[in-house]
Design a binder for this molecule. Structure first.
Ligand code: NAD
Ligand code: LMR
Length: 328
């Protein structure tokens, strides 16, 4: 095992996602069995006692990869020297709400956390925002951390990507490993666009393999885009284990690379594909040497153009709202 542990901060560590995420990280699922990790767990003061209980359970697992755990309610202490920050802590939506309805309540969390990361995180800090509305919260954190390069701020659309794979595999009777080049464009919201025109199955486009535009438009896209609400409806609480698993997939692939494979990440737009520069929007990306790159040169047909533009419009309006709220 290498000597220096990777320091991973998790916010909202006593919450539902935290309860799944921490054990996966501690077990070595982020960086593999040879890399020790030190957990830095941030919570609000009233949740610290519950968090102490979770830490007792982490101890009781005797994970060989877990090099240490620190907890606290002071972001500047908890984030000191961290290499990865997984910003999960935020309120989840309830039935009948859209994720954007959380902006007012949750937006205020991410400015101070961005500032704290700016002051004390390690030089190689990578930030993944899971707390909703994830894309715009990531924009808030990024805007409050002027010394950290913008490309180190990302938001989670990997859960949507994984949902898109699972729904397509079920439709075609194939396994998720038979599918490549899946992508989610836009916002982690009901306007997101899971793209079957670039996804490949058995050497042809997934849209061709499905051969049913009506199913794509009226069943597949809404099922993937509204899956979070369907889970809230069924479980009475928002997705937690699958969100933790996707957060691991995202951060692991960002650190270790994708070997040419496409994944979906919400990243600061450089204007590629006409997506407004500076907003944090989902794209197909590949990762090498710890750096993501937006897949370039794709042809975007009119149908996809309309879907991407609608989601980008929503992100621009969220950006304008947080600007008005003085959060960026
Ligand atoms: P939860 O309510 O169970 O836990 C949230 C935790 O965050 C609580 O323990 C709370 O005390 C803590 N918290 C609140 N403010 C904080 C702050 N300023 N600093 C540190 N901790 C703070 O919620 P959950 O189910 O774990 O979900 C967390 C967030 O993740 C929600 O916003 C949810 O909507 C979002 N989510 C995103 C995705 C995604 O794909 N991007 C998927 C699922 C859930
Ligand atoms: C999800 O996609 O499951 C989460 O973002 C939770 C939600 O509010 O839908």
């Amino acid at each position: 095992m290498s000597a220096t542990p990777v320091k991973v901060a998790v916010t909202g560590a006593a919450g539902n996602i935290g309860y799944s995420l921490l054990f996966r990280i501690a077990a070595g699922d982020l960086f593999g069995p040879d890399t020790p990790v030190e957990l830095r767990l941030l919570e609000i003061t009233p949740a610290l006692k519950a968090l102490e209980g979770v830490v007792m359970e982490l101890d009781d697992c005797a994970f060989p990869t877990l090099a240490g755990v620190q907890i606290g309610d002071d972001a500047k202490k908890v984030f000191d020297g961290v290499n990865h920050a997984l910003l999960v802590g935020a309120k989840p939506r309830g039935p009948g709400m859209e994720r954007g309805d959380l902006l007012k309540d949750n937006g205020g969390i991410f400015g101070p956390q961005g500032k704290a990361l700016n002051e004390v995180a390690a030089d190689d800090i990578k930030v993944t925002v899971t707390g909703n509305p994830a894309n715009t919260n990531a924009l808030i954190a990024m805007s409050n951390a002027p010394d950290i390069p913008n490309e180190r701020f990302t938001a989670l659309t990997r859960l949507d990507h994984n949902r898109a794979l699972a729904q397509l595999a079920a439709k075609l009777g194939v396994t998720v490993s038979d599918i490549s080049q899946m992508s989610i464009w836009g916002n982690h919201s009901a306007t997101q666009y899971p793209d079957l025109f670039h996804a490949q199955v058995g050497g042809k486009s997934a849209a061709e393999a499905v051969g049913d535009q009506d199913w794509i438009e009226n069943t597949y896209i809404p099922t993937v885009a509204k899956r979070g609400a369907a889970i809230i409806d069924a479980r009475g609480a928002s997705s937690a284990a699958s969100a933790a698993s996707a957060t691991i997939d995202h951060a692991r692939d960002w650190q270790l690379g994708t070997g040419g494979k496409w994944v979906s990440m919400s990243v600061p737009s450089d204007g590629s594909y006409g997506v407004t520069e500076g907003i944090i929007s989902s794209f197909p990306v590949t990762v090498a040497d710890g750096k993501w790159s937006i897949v370039q040169g794709l042809e975007i047909d009119d149908f996809s153009r309309g879907k991407i533009d609608a989601s980008v419009r929503e992100l621009v309006s969220e950006r304008d709202t947080v600007k008005e709220l003085g959060l960026i």
